[in-house]
Write a new protein. Sequence first.
Length: 79
Amino acid sequence: MNHELDYDCDHDREDELSKKSLKQILQTSLERENEMMRTYLITAERIHNNAELQARLQNFAEGNAKRSRQLLDELKTMN
C-alpha cells in the first residue's frame, strides 16, 4: 500500500466519513449487490445450451447474496 496516497496518512479527521455518509455508501452497495444478483440469476435461467456458464453465473449470484448478507449485518450494527 502506498501510504503517500492514503487519505488518512496524517491521521487528521478532516477526511473521516460521517456515520450518515458511511451508511449511505453501504446501502448503495447493498442495492448494487442485489441488482447484480438478480441479473446473474435471470441470465442463468435464460441460458439453455451452456451448463458451465449457467453454473458460473449462479456462483456469481451466490457471492452477491453473501456480500448482501454481510452488508445487511454491517448496517444493523450501525443502528
